[in-house]
Design a protein around this ligand. Structure first.
Ligand SMILES: NC(=O)c1ccc[n+]([C@@H]2O[C@H](COP(=O)([O-])OP(=O)(O)OC[C@H]3O[C@@H](n4cnc5c(N)ncnc54)[C@H](OP(=O)(O)O)[C@@H]3O)[C@@H](O)[C@H]2O)c1
Length: 296
């Protein structure tokens, strides 16, 4: 498993395991959550992606309870996010879904994440969504202070456009280290709309959420694409899932797919994608099949 450096002392596994769906599983017991983590560790997948809001603000606690029992904290890098407030769980009294990048909210959210996950630092804290009311001077200052106090080792963003990224960075001393955006064979606009190019210009790696399009590549409506992924998989002696992920890994931008399956069996084969090297023509065959037309 390749490692992607965020700094001299923190690197992430190129394939990351995401816990958005953790509490959708019928089994959320610590021993079962630890089985999932063990299935990751067996493949050198050491990075876990969380967010305060996952599982209606409960997924961090489910994960934290498992961590306390297994003691795996020091073998993992933990990513979490803040700024989305939805009227559920501990924010059930909110009148509306909204974003909050204020000093007070970020500080409280981080304290809560640390407590729920039973950890004393976050390896990478992301601002989950760009907030139209962000006061970049205030947000930048609180994010810098979280690194200075050691509560977060690194800061990044998610779903930011290049201008959102540049604005926040302009008010920070610490370097933003990544942007987590949606990328898959079916969500591939970022390859041409400047989102990926901007990060490459900044020499920064990118995290890709929903790399299997949240499971839509298996839907009947995408049968033709799936059959094609399967044909390519047969020629590489691997699975269509591995080909869909290898398609992201083939890009030179250092894309880190954040995988979300709840199945321990499927987790066990996530790293198969790392053994596939897609050539340029296969990459374009998949791209054109996904878009339904040839490149101009
Ligand atoms: N930053 C953001 O705004 C944002 C947004 C969304 C997600 N994320 C992050 O990205 C992570 C991954 O997102 P995701 O879960 O949508 O990713 P994904 O890996 O694209 O999709 C996972 C879904 O695909 C299904 N699936 C996987 N393999 C399958 C197979 N062989 N056959 C049928 N179904 C299959 C899974 O079902 P099974 O569980 O049954 O395998 C699951 O429902 C999340 O956990 C979260 O950490 C971030």
């Amino acid at each position: 498993m390749d490692r992607i450096n965020l700094s001299d002392d923190v690197s992430l596994s190129q394939i990351i395991y995401g816990m958005w769906r953790l509490t959708d599983d019928s089994d959320t017991s610590p021993s079962y959550v630890n089985q999932k983590i063990e299935a990751c560790l067996e493949q050198q997948i050491t990075t876990i992606d969380q967010a305060d809001i996952y599982g209606g603000y409960e997924a961090e606690e489910v994960f934290g309870t498992a961590l306390r029992q297994s003691g795996y904290r020091d073998t993992l890098e933990i990513v979490t996010k803040c700024d989305i407030i939805a009227p559920i769980g501990r924010h059930r009294d909110a009148r509306v879904k909204y974003y909050d990048t204020s000093r007070e909210h970020i500080t409280q959210s981080v304290e809560q994440s640390l407590k729920l996950m039973n950890i004393d630092y976050i390896d990478l804290l992301l601002i989950h969504r760009p907030d139209p009311l962000m006061d970049a001077e205030q947000t930048g200052a609180v994010l810098d202070s979280l690194v200075e106090s050691g509560k977060a080792k690194h800061i990044g963003v998610s779903n930011f456009k290049p201008h959102d990224f540049a604005l926040l960075q302009s008010y920070m001393h610490q370097k933003l280290v990544t942007n987590q955006i949606e990328i898959s064979v079916l969500a591939n606009e970022c390859f041409t709309n400047g989102d990926i190019a901007f990060m490459q210009k900044e020499r920064l790696p990118i995290m890709a959420w929903s790399p299997l399009a949240g499971g839509r590549i298996y839907d009947e409506s995408n049968q033709e694409l799936f059959a094609f992924l399967n044909t390519i998989a047969n020629s590489h002696n691997t699975s269509p899932t591995a080909i869909a992920v290898a398609w992201l890994l083939a890009h030179p931008a250092k894309i880190m797919p954040v995988m979300g399956t709840n199945s321990v069996e499927r987790i066990k084969s996530l790293s198969m994608a790392c053994n596939v090297k897609l050539d340029r023509q296969s990459w374009f065959e998949i791209y054109e099949m996904a878009n339904g037309h040839e490149v101009p």
